[in-house]
Design a protein around this ligand. Structure first.
Ligand code: C2E
Ligand code: MG
Ligand code: MG
Length: 745
């Protein structure tokens, strides 16, 4: 449920981020698209203007160059006496400049022209204007002087004498179409067109006469289309006032136009230069640009969204990877403790039991079957737990051979049934590997409603640890723990330093005898804790505790020092001292400066190394080859090494082959089986083997004569056991040393 909520929240957050980004991107893109469209439109209009101005200049130049020619000829002609004759000579200009003819109108209108015709043109406007002293360019006229009656345009100027009196009118006649062609005013891929309209609205120049016929009346054309009504009036007003005009006109279809008034011939004539482009042409261009822009927009949006999704994707993938690393156990690939806590946090119903599972003697698998088999055992155990957990339950590997399990059972009996099933499966796994003595142990704790999983696990583990020394049961409920005992352990830990300083730890000696019991050959130093109130605490109560918390190393050193001090004292007192063996725990052996430190203690008390021996348990050796090094150094120093509790560990034979000790101390459990056939056979072979390897054999825990006789028969060297002597305080042992063996014992 919580996971679902979390997913929904994440989705909401992602949506809240992606949607505004998407909208922002969309608006930005649309804004820029719009801007670019406007820019494109402005650009096209600017192009229209540029073309219009270009054509204005072309028109002006064309008219002006003709005007100059006409003026030059007129000035010559005005003073000429035989004008008709002279005019004829101007034929070469006609050919040179592509004119139709040049003519001279006398004041009465009679006109002589270069092609030899004579006509009266007194009714023509250009003549009348010329006589008024004004230059002009006619509209498109029908040629009156030729039989072809083609379209002509006549440019005329007054011919003035030196006094400024008009003496006639000089005129130049063009073929209107030729004039058109010389201007070449098409543009915009041939779609656009520039044309000139005179003040009457008559089209004077039109290279695009497919659309706008020469001589047609432009004003009338416009007026014919009602869509032009308002804009046209305004346009003419502007143009007549000498201003430029632009906008849309409807000829056949909608056209953008740009119009410029063009004053010609010293301002006597004004034409309006129109440049038009079909609106379609613009729209097509804009559409193309728009299409490109939209495509680009789409690509940009897709890229940005792809980027966002990619980033989100990478982020999620990395998060998943980080989660996987944080939540996955490296060996099993399953859940680790962090994942366990996470899943527990997401469980709807947490009513049930937390179970801490440790595999007892797991190291036996590593030793006997190898590390790979140990790993396989861990993985198979994980599978068993994974299968055991139902949908509302969970499991994880915490570390090494420690697992945690949550079973949502309310009923203790059902819970224990399930635990039993798990035990059988794990037990079978170990059996398949042919490694005995491996079994799971459980600490069980009923989780309280608002209690953290970490706290609950600590309690389950406390129960599991508590169980370790108890071989009769494989599970323990936290509630069953003897809390007084636990408190006592805590108190012992707290009092340790003080007790050490106050010499509350005493060395007791348990003598070792020759096999015939005739003489003491040495002793073992065994620690005892005498409380302030005089009560005595046996090592079984505190040694395992101090081994667990590492305090044992200091206690071992204290014992070693005490033994050295005592031996040295007895020696100085002139007693015949015998070797005393001191126990060293596995934890003590880890200190790198151990041998040097102990060597210094020996030197400090000026004690020969043969008077102090070291006992190391067989289990301390398991899987620790570097301990061999330490033991080797002790032996080089002259200190003998005794292999304690031999026969209890799993790797007895392996240890035997290490050849790093001098004495085998047979564990009491081996001695206890004397009288049983199998036990005796085993003991027989162990002793034979030891003897063949040249080891000294000490039997420990010898309590009766039967055992003694059998051991004597096997030529065991020394006997340590209650049969001869129990551990005793230093004083008692001292009297034994002095007075010899109490024969009543
Ligand atoms: P351990 O080193 O195997 O010592 C022999 C234990 O067997 C002693 O128990 C001794 O009292 C007991 N024992 C000897 N003969 C007999 C017998 O005939 N019958 C019975 N039932 N028991 C017998 P203790 O003194 O209670 O010591 C228990 C263990 O505590 C020792 O086993 C040793 O592992 C550890 N220990 C004792 N003192 C020290 C110490 O100074 N340092 C360390 N690291 N461990 C110590
Ligand atoms: Mg011992
Ligand atoms: Mg022992």
């Amino acid at each position: 449920m919580r996971e679902k909520n979390r997913k929904q929240t994440r989705l909401l957050v992602a949506t809240l981020i992606v949607i505004p980004i998407g909208i922002l991107v969309l608006f930005t893109v649309l804004f820029f698209t719009n801007k670019m469209e406007e820019e494109m439109h402005t650009q096209l209009v600017q192009n229209l203007k540029d073309v219009a101005h270009q054509n204005e200049i072309a028109l002006k130049n064309q008219i002006h160059s003709n005007e100059l020619l006409l003026k030059g000829l007129a000035s010559e002609l005005v003073s000429d006496t035989d004008q008709a004759e002279t005019v004829m000579q101007y034929q070469r200009f006609v050919e040179e400049y592509g004119l139709k003819r040049l003519g001279f109108c006398q004041t009465d209108g009679m006109t002589v022209s270069t092609d030899g015709a004579t006509t009266n043109l007194s009714r023509r406007d250009f003549f009348k204007r010329g006589m008024q002293g004004k230059s002009s360019v006619s509209g498109v006229l029908q040629d009156a002087m030729s039989d072809e009656h083609g379209n002509v345009t006549v440019m005329s100027i007054p011919m003035k004498d030196e006094a400024g009196q008009v003496q006639g009118v000089a005129c130049m006649t063009y073929d209107s179409d030729a004039f058109n062609d010389s201007l070449q005013m098409r543009s915009f891929d041939g779609e656009g067109c520039s044309f000139a309209v005179n003040e009457n609205g008559s089209i004077m120049v039109s290279p695009c006469n497919d659309k706008l016929e020469l001589a047609a009346n432009f004003s009338n054309m416009l007026a014919a289309n009602p869509k032009n009504s308002d804009s046209v009036k305004e346009m003419w007003q502007k143009l007549r006032a000498g201003n430029k005009a632009s906008g849309i006109l409807y000829l056949n279809e909608a056209d953008y136009y740009y119009a410029i008034p063009v004053p010609l011939m010293d301002g006597d004539v004004t034409w309006y230069m129109f440049t038009v482009v079909p609106k379609n042409y613009f729209d097509q261009r804009l559409d193309t640009v728009r299409e490109t822009l939209y495509r680009m927009d789409a690509i940009v949006i897709v890229c940005i969204l792809a980027g966002v999704f990619l980033t989100v994707g990478i982020f999620r993938k990395q998060r998943r990877e980080a989660m996987r690393l944080a939540y996955t156990d490296s060996l099993t690939g399953g859940a680790n403790f962090a994942k366990f806590c996470f899943v527990m946090g997401a469980l709807r119903n947490r009513q049930g039991y937390l179970i801490s599972l440790d595999i007892q003697n797991f190291s036996n698998i590593n030793i006997a079957a190898g590390r790979a088999a140990g790993d396989a055992m861990i993985m198979d155990t994980w599978k068993v737990l994974q299968d055991a957990a139902k949908s509302n339950e969970t499991a994880a590997r915490v570390q090494e051979d420690h697992f945690i399990l949550f079973l949502a059972e309310k009923n203790k009996e059902k819970l224990l049934d399930r635990v039993d099933r798990i035990t059988k499966q794990i037990h079978a796994l170990a059996k398949n590997m042919q490694v005995p003595g491996v079994y799971p142990k459980y600490g069980i704790y009923e989780l309280k409603e608002n209690e953290s999983v970490e706290d609950g696990y600590m309690k389950a583990q406390t129960a599991c640890n508590y169980l370790k020394s108890d071989r009769t049961k494989c599970y323990m409920f936290y509630d069953e723990i003897n809390h007084d005992e636990m408190l006592e352990e805590q108190s012992m830990e707290e009092r340790f330093d003080e007790a050490l300083a106050a010499r509350e730890f005493e060395v007791w000696y348990q003598p070792k005898y020759s096999a015939d019991g005739a003489e003491i050959v040495g002793s073992e130093a065994l620690v005892r804790w005498r409380n302030k109130d005089g009560s005595m605490v046996s090592p079984g109560r505190f040694i395992p505790l101090f081994e667990k918390n590492g305090m044992i190393a200091r206690l071992d050193e204290y014992m070693f020092r005490s033994v050295c001090r005592q031996q040295s004292l007895w020696k100085r007192q002139g007693y015949h001292i015998l070797p005393v063996s001191v126990n060293l725990s596995r934890a003590s052996l880890y200190y790198s400066d151990l041998v040097e430190k102990y060597g210094n203690i020996l030197k400090e008390y000026q004690l020969e190394p043969e008077y102090v021996q070291i006992e190391v348990t067989e289990t301390a050796m398991e899987g620790k080859n570097d301990i061999l090094d330490v033991l080797g150094k002790f032996r080089n120093m002259g200190v003998r090494i005794l292999m304690d509790d031999f026969g209890t560990g799993y790797s007895s034979l392996a240890v035997l082959s290490m050849k790093c000790f001098d004495t085998l101390k047979l564990d009491k459990s081996l001695i206890d089986h004397i009288g049983e056939e199998n036990g005796e056979t085993l003991l027989y072979h162990v002793i034979c083997m030891g003897q063949q390897m040249g080891l000294h054999i000490t039997a420990e825990g010898v309590e009766n004569d039967k055992q003694l006789v059998y051991l004597q028969k096997l030529h065991c060297d020394d006997i340590q056991g209650f049969l001869f002597a129990r551990p005793m305080p230093a004083g008692e042992y001292e009297s034994l040393l002095v007075h010899g063996i109490d024969t009543n014992n």
